[in-house]
Design a protein around this ligand. Structure first.
Ligand SMILES: [Zn+2]
Length: 189
C-alpha cells in the first residue's frame, strides 16, 4: 500500500512523486496546500498554560494561545467545554510553522541512510512533502545543501556542514546539493 502511495500524490494538476526513502505513511495527500499563504493548521485540542490561559493545540504539534481577556480580546467560546469542542477542526494561521520551528515534544522515529550528491534520491530533488503530523529534519554532515520551501509559503536556506533544518508537515519543499555533500533526513512525530 505504501509503495503505491509514493506515486499517487496528485496536487492541483501536478503529480508529486514522493521519495521512496520516506517511511511508510509519512507522505501526504495534498489538496489545497499550494494555494498560497498563510500556513494554516487545524485545531486538534486545547490545554491550559501555567497562567490558566487556553492554548489551541494544532495538528502540527504547535500550540497557539486563544486568550479570553475582555475587553481587549474576546473569545467567550474558550470558557466552556462545549465552546471549545465546537472549534475543533477550525483552521488557524501557524507562524511557528512558517518560521520552521520544530516542536519540542517530538522525537526521531526513523533516519535515512547518509546520501551524497550522487546518491540523493531523485524524489528529494523534486517538490514533495510529508503528511500531517510528520516532521522531518535535514542534517548536513559535509558540504553545502540548498533547502527550498515552495508552498504554502516560500523560504530558502543554505545549509552547511553541521547545520540542520526542520521540514514542516505538508509543506512542499526540495533540496539541491551545491557540489559535494553528505546529508541525512530524520523523521519525527
Ligand atoms: Zn505549526
Amino acid at each position: 500500500m505504501a509503495a503505491q502511495c509514493f506515486y499517487s500524490c496528485a496536487l492541483a494538476g501536478r503529480t508529486s512523486i514522493l521519495p521512496s526513502i520516506y517511511p511508510p505513511g509519512a507522505h501526504t495527500t495534498l489538496s489545497s496546500l499550494i494555494n498560497g499563504n498563510p500556513m494554516q493548521r487545524s485545531i486538534s485540542g486545547f490545554y491550559l498554560d501555567p497562567e490558566h490561559h487556553w492554548v489551541a493545540q494544532l495538528d502540527c504539534y504547535h500550540g497557539q494561545h486563544v486568550r479570553h481577556q475582555p475587553p481587549f480580546v474576546s473569545r467567550p467560546w474558550t470558557q466552556t467545554h462545549a465552546g471549545r469542542e465546537a472549534m475543533l477542526g477550525t483552521m488557524l494561521d501557524c507562524l511557528k510553522c512558517e518560521r520552521l520551528e520544530l516542536p519540542v515534544q517530538l522525537s526521531v522515529y526513523q533516519t535515512t541512510p547518509p546520501f551524497d550528491e550522487h546518491s540523493i534520491p531523485a524524489g528529494l530533488l523534486r517538490e514533495h512533502a510529508t503528511k500531517a503530523g510528520i516532521w522531518g529534519r535535514i542534517q548536513v554532515d559535509e558540504g553545502i545543501l540548498r533547502y527550498v520551501v515552495t508552498a504554502p509559503f516560500q523560504t530558502q536556506r543554505m545549509l552547511h556542514a553541521g547545520d540542520s533544518a526542520p521540514i514542516a508537515p505538508q509543506v512542499l519543499h526540495h533540496i539541491e546539493p551545491v557540489g559535494k555533500v553528505k546529508v541525512r533526513v530524520e523523521f519525527l512525530r
